[in-house]
Structure formats: C-alpha cells, structure tokens
Design a protein around this ligand. Structure first.
Ligand SMILES: Cc1cc2nc3c(=O)[nH]c(=O)nc-3n(C[C@H](O)[C@H](O)[C@H](O)COP(=O)(O)O)c2cc1C
Length: 366
C-alpha cells in the first residue's frame, strides 16, 4: 500500500490515511453556528475518503473571529451543531479536528468576496487587538492587549477546547499562522512589547505556550493537539523556520503533537516564492530538527508527489486546500492513480460502497 494510504496513530487516535483537508473559512455562519452548508461541505470529504478533516478557523470568542460569518466554538449550542457534523464524519471512518482561532490584528472585517474591509463597532464589528499597536495593511491600528486581557483570551482557548471535546472532535489545532493573534505574538515584526510577552524568543513564545498548557488542562491525554504555524515570515529579522523548529521542540513536553507548517501572512508587501510544494521544506526541517511530526501544505495537487513527500519522511501527512475545492474526489482518484502500488482488491478500501458502480473497473494488468 502506498504510504499516502497508510494509517497514522497519534496518541490514541488512528487516522485512516495521510490525505488531510486543510482548514478553510467558508464565511457562511450566523452567530458562529455551523449549519447545513458546513455539514455538506465537510461531509463530502468524509464520503470521499479524505482521512482527516480540519474545520475552518473557528472563533474562541465572538471577537476572536475575523468576520461575523465565521464559525465559533465558544458556546454549547455551537458544540451541539458541530457534533452533528462530527458524528457523520466518524460514521464514514474519517477523523476530524477543529481549528481554534483568535484573529487578532485581522479581526472585524468583511469576507474576501466583500473586500475584507474593516467593520467598525457601529456596524456590528469590534476593535481589533494584538500584542502591539502595529496595523496590518489598510486595517486600523489594533488595541495593544493588557495583561488581564491576555489572561482572559487564554481562558477562552481553554473553554473552547472544552466545547470541542463535548462536540466529539478528535483533535484541536491552535491557529498560530497567517498573522493572526498567536503568530503576531511570535513574530518580532508585530510584537514590540517590552513586558514578559515580548522581546526575547522565550517571551514571544510565552503566549502560545500558555495557550497550549490551558488547552491541555481540559483536552484529554488520549487526544492529539496540533499547532498550525507560519513556519517562516519570509522576512529578514522576522520569525524564521529555525525558530519554528525550536518552538516545536519546546512545545512537545507541553502536549503539542504535530506542527502543520504553513508560512507568511504577518504583514502586507512581502514577496513569497509561491510554487508547487514550496512550503514542504519547512515541514521537513521542523520534523528533522525537532523530531515532532508535521503536516505539509501549500499547492500540493499531484498524488505521486504527495505520496513521495510522506514516503520520504518530509512530512507525516499532506493537507490539501484549494485542490480539494476543485476536486473533492482527489483521494478516490489518488487511489486509482497510484494503482501500480495498490493491489486491485485493496482499491475498494478507498471507495464507499454506494459509489462502487462509479469506480473504474480494474484492468487485467492491475
Ligand atoms: C478559501 C480559503 C480559506 C482558508 N481558510 C483558512 C483557515 O480557516 N485556516 C487556515 O489555517 N488556513 C486557511 N486557508 C489556507 C489553507 O488552509 C491552505 O493553507 C492554503 O490554501 C494553501 O494550501 P492549498 O494550496 O492546498 O490551497 C484558507 C485558504 C482558502 C483558499
């Protein structure tokens, strides 16, 4: 069996394969509640054998969201709505995690298709917040968080993890990438604080460590905790991949089991060398240096290349975003494309019974 289709065990969780759905905001919720859109969107991937699904970034509080249309996980009503989706995903044999989010400096905007403009409190929005008063692009200067406010946000993360557990999620992931709150504490580009949360590496990483510890107080030892990092800011003097590897190593004893290695997003006007698999070297370096498992993400579209990434040990899994929007059958097709290494009878593993009539018939040479 190709490594892409081999199961992966983390703590007590067994994930059926290494094809994972990358988190993607849908901007389709009201009051943070996931609805039929989120059910249909996520269910399609469980039916089509994506082994692990990460939900879209979900607010740990109403003001932790980026838009008013983002999902949340700060209430029991939201947990209940999520549980319907979680149960269905489990019924198909896939596993599912929720990405816990505080949007920080990028909070209170409209959706991308509405221009991502600032929504002021007078229009139902809120003042954005960050470690320091550093504005992101055209957005207004955020409020610099007081120590008491930082403490309250850490408590919000813990409460969100409690709700995630009651919804039945297998994994929680801290969103520590793309210029949102956790990332803006890590990066010297946005963190100008002179107290215990700013300055040295130790101080800039204090917030994410306290968040991980708070989540682990309520998140069971049987369940994995992931962290999505912008592994590198692509800016001289910014957060670099070496920092990510060091952080991964220091977070392991605090209960963080896997680094999902994205990059960038801390400020505008940065040039990224975007191309197929351009972030894979980050997943590889973090994995090699820290010994912590990783997921690779970013412009991964080819089944053979994805299989090579996990077979060579550059990452433990691949996360696909836009390719799965274009092609929800990616995992089913990958099983066929990699046919030369899967015995014909095992191909049925990848196809749900209800869809078997649509599966291309095994050829004599398979
Ligand atoms: C519509 C859309 C929404 C996204 N929302 C999130 C999100 O909620 N959380 C996150 O960490 N990344 C988010 N991303 C980034 C993706 O998870 C992924 O890292 C990125 O698209 C690169 O992977 P790809 O080339 O396979 O799409 C989003 C991307 C897209 C296209």
């Amino acid at each position: 069996m190709p490594h892409l289709f081999s199961p992966m065990k983390i703590r007590e969780l067994s994930i059926p394969n290494r094809i994972w759905l990358s988190p993607m905001c849908m901007y389709s919720a009201v009051d943070g509640m996931p609805n039929d859109w989120h059910f249909a969107h996520l269910a399609q991937y469980a039916i089509r054998r994506v082994g692990f699904l990460m939900t879209e970034a979900s607010g740990i509080s109403p003001t932790g969201r980026s838009t008013l249309m983002d999902t949340g996980i700060w209430s029991s009503d939201q947990a209940k709505a999520w549980s319907r989706i979680v149960d269905f995903v489990h019924s198909q044999g896939s596993k599912i995690g929720i990405q816990l989010w505080h949007a920080g400096q990028k909070g209170s905007t409209t959706s991308p298709w509405q221009g991502q403009d600032y929504v002021p409190p007078s229009a139902g929005g809120w003042q954005s917040m960050a470690p320091s008063e550093v504005a992101f692009g055209k957005l207004p200067t955020p409020h610099a968080l007081e120590l008491e406010e930082i403490k309250a946000i850490i408590t919000d993360y813990r409460n969100a993890a409690t709700h995630a557990l009651s919804a039945g999620f297998d994994v929680v992931e801290i969103h520590g990438a793309h210029g949102y709150l956790v990332h803006s504490f890590l990066s010297p580009v946005t963190n100008r604080r002179s107290d215990q949360y700013g300055g040295s590496f130790e101080n800039r990483t204090r917030f994410v460590k306290e968040v991980a510890v708070a989540i682990r107080e309520v998140w069971p030892a049987s369940h994995p905790l992931f962290l999505r990092l912008s592994a590198d800011d692509w800016i001289e003097g910014g957060w670099r991949v070496g920092d990510s590897a060091r952080l991964a190593n220091e977070l392991l004893p605090l209960g963080v089991d896997l680094i999902d290695a994205s990059s960038g997003g801390i400020k505008t006007d940065v040039t990224y060398p975007i191309g197929p698999g351009y972030q894979v070297p980050f997943a590889r370096e973090i994995r090699e240096v820290s010994g912590v498992p990783t997921a690779a993400v970013g412009l991964l579209t080819d089944a053979k290349i994805a299989n090579e990434i996990v077979t060579r040990g550059e990452a433990d899994a691949v996360m696909l975003g836009r390719e799965l929007l274009r092609n929800p059958n990616w995992a089913l097709n990958a099983a066929i494309e990699l046919k030369d290494v899967i015995p014909a009878d095992e191909l049925t593993i990848a196809w749900p019974n209800q869809y078997l009539n649509g599966r291309p018939k095994p050829k004599p040479d398979w």
